[in-house]
Design a protein around this ligand. Sequence first.
Ligand code: ZN
Length: 381
Amino acid sequence: MNTWLPLARAHETELFDLIEKLVLIETPTSNKAANDRVSTLAAELLRSLGGDVTVHPQPIYGDHVSARWTGDKSKPDKQHAFIVGHLDTVWPVGTLARMGYRERDGRMYGPGVLDMKAGIATTIVGLRILQSNDLWPDRPITVLFNTDEEVGSPSSRALVESLATGAAYALIMEPGQAGAGALKTQRKGLGEFRISVEGKASHAGAFPERGASAIHELSQKVIELQAMNDWPNGITVNTGLISGGSARNTIPAYADATIDVRVRTLAQAEQIEAQIRALKPGIKGTSLRIEGGFHRPPMPRTPELAKLAETLIRWSEEIGFTLTEESTGGGSDANLTAAMGVPSADGLGSKGQNPHAEGENIEIGEQTNRLALFMQAINSL
Ligand SMILES: [Zn+2]
């Protein structure tokens, strides 16, 4: 009989109390003070588990927190387990006042509960149970909680990459794919580009020949960008934001656009980036500036990742619940750990509904299953 679920059930109160406590600290990425509050709490909890805790101070975003436990000294060759989670959410301070924390019909609701306060709590409580029951693994363990994942991990990317280096595997405690709560075993690479056009202003009625329209130029670039879409092969290019001009009767001297690009493979990323950087102005008197790049490399389903997912899925069956795997167009820190060659299981954290949307929630019963699986993974992988 599998003993992980009874062990998890015995600690449900502790788990759900911590989830509630974390949800009640609102942490939009842009609010450093709020994220510092929650990272201070996380640091205390990790310290209470005997981890060697480092707070990584940040000027703009909240401070990141990492913790390390050395493994069995007699087995120095054991590679470490790497557990990653983010403390920030997409919800502004004040969301709790209208979309408050509550439990109803077997679900727990609140801003950020699914993405991903429940995954953070599961990590901390799971490690505590392993420790107090003498189930700690031989291998070293490193945990990283960052505070800027929701904006693409600009200040924590280097930390994610350095702590992932040499890991046996990574567990990214993000929620599973909405719906089934599936493991995400293939992720697209994500790029963000910005095209700014400089033109020349002139009175649109009196002296049109003296102007050079930045909007006209940018419009042509948008059409060229649109033509780079290749949906059957997984390439999406979307001009999602556009602005420019100064007045109805002035030939616009400036315009810019922000472009979201998703790809399946590194080769596609290189090809699309080269195509975007090669865009040239077509209208006399205008010039282009192209900035940006791929901040999330693609995460392919490697044989090592497939094996890790199969193991977790088999264990979920033993525990008594259904875990599946899917691919996704969204990016996460798993893209970064996978690019370091580390098999990265993403989406173990929770199962629920409406990530980043009204009514965000987790399934309470499933969270206990996920705690059981997390503990088995850390103990036995
Ligand atoms: Zn997330």
